[in-house]
Design a protein. Structure first.
Length: 82
């Protein structure tokens, strides 16, 4: 399956406190919380294909763990079907 992606984010996993605020704030719904925990014992967000680069996660995050990048041209990613 192919997914159109207009952006991506990096997550500072070790800074995240697992507040979950980014998950419902993400318009395309491409963030989910990990099952793993960081060095501080908190779960952290994982990015899935389909990011639009909208910056909603970055704007709502109280700990500034997101860095958002927007592509000049959208790209297609091949993702395995689940």
């Amino acid at each position: 399956m192919k997914v159109l992606t207009r952006g991506t984010v990096t997550v500072d996993v070790e800074q995240c406190k697992g507040c979950d605020m980014c998950i419902p704030a993400c318009p395309p719904g491409v963030l989910s919380m990990s099952r793993e925990v960081n060095g501080r014992g908190y779960r952290f967000p994982i990015l899935h294909p389909g990011c639009t680069g909208c910056q909603a996660c970055q704007q709502i995050c109280p700990d500034w763990v997101f860095e958002v990048f927007r592509y000049e041209e959208p790209i297609e990613l091949e993702v395995p079907e689940s």
